[in-house]
Write a protein that binds this ligand. Structure first.
Ligand SMILES: NC(=O)c1ccc[n+]([C@@H]2O[C@H](COP(=O)([O-])OP(=O)(O)OC[C@H]3O[C@@H](n4cnc5c(N)ncnc54)[C@H](OP(=O)(O)O)[C@@H]3O)[C@@H](O)[C@H]2O)c1
Length: 419
């Protein structure tokens, strides 16, 4: 963020479609000419828009569409980028609501009347220009955020070159690249890091699931972005999965979702009504050869009764990794699972892991993008939110608010058109 301080930003009136001639003559005419991208303003100024919030609350109440102008003279260590696609994840909404585990810093750097922040943690940008010729980035490159909470819900931005990570764009779509760094990475990391604690018997810490060993893991929220990714990695890595979904309005719809997940590589898909029923214990025993093949890992992103049932489905020494709480219900765990089954209850936060191992993160992103290129990893279903220059604030806010509803057809992703 330090590099942003070096920039000169000029705020424009909210909801303006283009800067007025009066504005341009009063603010812009004194400024230097440049050859960088010039959408509509003279002298190389880039006209940009960003969704911002200056206080926490429901997205529909607190988000504003702010128009501003980006100077052509950017610091040598920076890049000017244009957003191609940016996803709307539950964590972004929680951050705006003020209920997430970390807060975004607020500032007036883009000329908002009050200190504000641009939400969005995930997206893909095209480099428009670089501040210095020594930059390893060049015009036309695609980059994703390297830093956390960089603010992706905007048409353009100036970022520090170190705050972005170049990706090879060949054979990939903006949506694929925009959705790689949060959900698939979370599934990838959890499956690699946690597993049955057979190692505990020899005094070792938890060991990962043995890849290729056909070991079982179970997860709720299985149709989420993370869940779909876990199913696919599990299949690719020789693991077997039990996947819990919420019942749809009709049996046909539930069955259609079940088939969709089977198509991704799920071994078992269970509607929540079955998972929470008395019969589930026996059904699970049957699937796991009378309990001889124990479930070594649970992935919980729901909480409440679903998490308790997930914990009860695990075998001795297994790990239950909680990474989300979509039901907003606390997790209640029977003590017997701790005492007699020695189950490990841990949490996972990708941001922390990324900070600890940025090199590992780059390898992981490259690995996943390569699987996408090869057609071994299917795209998450997407609910496209078109964002053009003249898209109105109300439409964007409504689209963001809409992602809070359950039973959605796809993940909300801003796709930027003519901005
Ligand atoms: N800790 C981390 O590092 C990390 C990283 C990525 C994601 N996450 C968390 O993982 C969770 C899933 O994220 P995502 O982006 O993969 O989700 P997503 O693709 O947006 O899908 C949302 C999922 O939540 C379910 N859901 C929605 N409302 C629910 C409710 N009231 N009760 C139970 N389930 C509900 C949906 O099921 P229906 O289709 O049945 O509505 C769907 O499976 C979120 O909590 C997110 O914050 C955490």
């Amino acid at each position: 963020m330090a590099t942003l301080k070096c920039l000169r930003w000029y705020s424009l009136p909210l909801n303006s479609t283009r800067p007025s001639a009066k504005f341009q003559s009063s603010y812009l005419s004194r400024l230097p000419r440049s050859s960088i991208r010039c959408k509509s303003g003279p002298y190389g100024y880039t006209q940009a828009k960003a969704l911002v919030y200056s206080k926490h609350g429901e997205p529909s109440d607190v988000l504003k569409l702010h128009t501003h102008s980006i100077s052509p003279s950017i610091p040598s260590s920076s890049v000017l980028v244009r957003t191609l696609a940016a996803s709307v994840n539950p964590a972004d909404i929680n951050t705006v609501q003020g209920t997430y585990g970390s807060e975004q810093p607020m500032s007036s750097l883009i000329g908002t009347s009050e200190p504000s922040a641009v939400p969005g943690n995930e997206g893909v940008f095209e480099v428009v220009s670089t501040g210095g010729s020594s930059s390893s980035l060049k015009k036309g490159d695609w980059v994703i955020p390297a830093a956390q909470q960089i603010g992706t819900w905007r048409t353009h931005a100036v970022f520090g070159a170190n705050d972005v990570l170049k990706v090879e764009k060949d054979s990939l779509t903006p949506t694929q690249v925009a959705t790689v760094s949060v959900n698939p990475c979370t599934a990838y990391r959890i499956l690699r890091e946690y597993g049955p604690s057979a190692g505990l018997k020899t005094g070792l810490p938890m060991r990962p699931l043995e890849l290729g060993g056909g070991e079982w893991f179970a997860q709720n929220g299985a149709n989420s972005g993370v869940g779909r990714a876990a199913i696919q990695f599990g299949k690719l890595w020789g693991l077997r999965s039990i996947n819990v979904i919420r019942d749809r309005d009709s049996m046909e719809e539930t069955e259609a979702l079940r088939q969709e997940l089977i198509g991704l590589g799920a071994d078992v898909v269970v509607p929540e009504s079955q998972f929470l029923s008395r019969e589930w214990k026996d059904q699970l025993a049957e699937m796991t050869r009378g309990g001889r093949e124990q479930v070594g890992l649970g992935l919980n992103c729901v909480g409440g009764k679903s998490a308790t049932a997930l914990a009860r489905s695990l075998g001795e020494g297994a790990s239950l990794v909680s990474y989300g709480g979509m039901s907003k219900q606390p997790v209640a765990l029977p003590l017997g699972l701790l005492i007699f089954k020695d189950i490990r209850f841990v949490g996972f936060w990708l941001s922390k892991w990324n900070q600890k191992d940025p090199v590992g993160r780059k390898h992981m992103v490259d690995d996943i993008l390569n699987l996408m290129r090869l057609g071994h990893f299917k795209d998450v279903p997407v609910d496209e939110i078109e964002w053009k220059w003249d898209t109105e604030e109300a439409a964007l806010k409504e689209a963001v608010q809409g992602t809070l509803k359950g039973f959605r057809k796809g993940k909300g992703v801003f796709l930027f058109g003519d901005t």
